[in-house]
Write a protein that binds this ligand. Sequence first.
Ligand SMILES: NC(=O)C1=CN([C@@H]2O[C@H](COP(=O)(O)OP(=O)(O)OC[C@H]3O[C@@H](n4cnc5c(N)ncnc54)[C@H](OP(=O)(O)O)[C@@H]3O)[C@@H](O)[C@H]2O)C=CC1
Ligand SMILES: O=C(O)CCC(=O)C(=O)O
Ligand SMILES: [Mg+2]
Length: 473
Amino acid sequence: MYEKITPPTIGAKITFKNGEPVVPENPIIPFIRGDGTGIDIWPATEKVLDAAIAKAYKGKRKISWFRVYAGDEACDLYGTYQYLPQDTLTAIKEYGIAIKGPLTTPVGGGIRSLNVALRQIFDLYTCVRPCRYYAGTPSPHKTPEKLDVIVYRENTEDIYLGIEWKQGSEIGDRLIKFLNEELIPATPEHGKKQIPLDAGIGIKPISKTGSQRLVRRAIKHALLLPKNKQQVTLVHKGNIMKYTEGAFRDWGYELATSEFRQECVTERESWILGNKEKNPNISLEENAHEIDPGFDSLTPEKKAQIVKEVETVLNTIWDSHGNGKWKEKIMVNDRIADSIFQQIQTRPDEYSILATMNLNGDYLSDAAAAIVGGLGMGPGANIGDSCAIFEATHGTAPKHAGLDRINPGSVILSGVMMLEYMGWQEAADLIKKGLGDAIVNGQVTYDLARLMEPPVQPLKCSEFADAIIKHFG
Ligand SMILES: NC(=O)C1=CN([C@@H]2O[C@H](COP(=O)(O)OP(=O)(O)OC[C@H]3O[C@@H](n4cnc5c(N)ncnc54)[C@H](OP(=O)(O)O)[C@@H]3O)[C@@H](O)[C@H]2O)C=CC1
Ligand SMILES: O=C(O)CCC(=O)C(=O)O
Ligand SMILES: [Mg+2]
């Protein structure tokens, strides 16, 4: 079945039932070491995960690691250009849960991203990237502890679908001609716009299905959070990209107010309900005026539309959500993407789950990780309905590769997410404690050491793993 790899002889498969993993006591889990700093990070990660599982379950539970290959080391084993061998895909499909280090993607030309390919091949449509602060972690921000968000990033579409044509290519030029001469003139709202003839072209598909399945998972996650964190913010640039990013917002609200009607309230609904609670005799017009600051300058049609919105909200959810009951529901709001980048810095404690499309989530997860300690502290998970692959937010950081100095924290914390996903909470908790205590004691790698005051001597990557294990307690 496999060309060049052999699964462990001991261990059993993880299966999936209704989208959730069913985990045996001794699961076989494929891992990809990764390019660049993967060579340093993976051994540290494996050591910490194994030690935590051994301590938590005293031999009753154990992972049988199954080494599979992707990226540069796959080419070494399987031959030139064999970046993602069939063996690796077969193993991940068969065993259901995998964990990986970072993989290189060249800029401009060359292969398309192996990381993105894995997400698309296994339909891992949800990328979950929590950004929370560990006490004692140095940060350029004054109050990093106020940020505790989870980026829920759509993981399979948007421009990451990779449908693009190079400037000057035959099909690219044909497409531009077709758009300029036929489709744009046939669309009155585009007026006389034209695409420059020397443009490269990329396609940005955002589907209703893709958007709603992502928002569904985000809301389900919010339901499990403490009351004060039960909020989902739809992040988009819908003012500019109305039918892709704007549609993502609209489909998100549509899903929240249909599938989760009893559990959710939208921000606008909360204003309407709140206005009536403050003044039970408020008219529909006055209420509409309150929720829309520019109401007076709107056209009569637009005013009527907002009044109708107020009436519909009060008619449909006053009984279930009024009289303050909405405060117990999941708040669903939306923010424009550029604004959310400043909001997570200036008002971090106002946000919880940030549901995004693919590109916005990619940017936002690096930015949020920077606030709570940098990319060395940014874990992640790619989750589908019958497979999950855990990986850090960061890339291969090539200049640090092979020097035993990079911070393995983000892949270790991705391992923590994997253990939690498997239901192995006790082992996950040990690692979180060990990592937190190591940081509080100033036992950190170079990235955190350089920000600490007073400065501390940095630990090596491997030493940081040992320090985490020592602090299991
Ligand atoms: N999922 C994946 O596998 C991903 C792969 N990539 C790929 O990785 C390659 C390199 O990308 P690049 O843009 O350099 O981004 P990287 O995320 O690899 O690194 C950028 C910088 O972030 C810091 N950093 C990254 N990882 C860590 C860590 N574990 N601990 C501490 N600091 C860290 C380092 O900063 P400093 O030097 O200042 O300390 C590093 O130089 C590209 O080919 C890219 O496509 C990128 C993102 C995700
Ligand atoms: O695949 C890559 O090379 C980059 C992907 C990335 O930046 C991410 O998923 O965060
Ligand atoms: Mg990224």
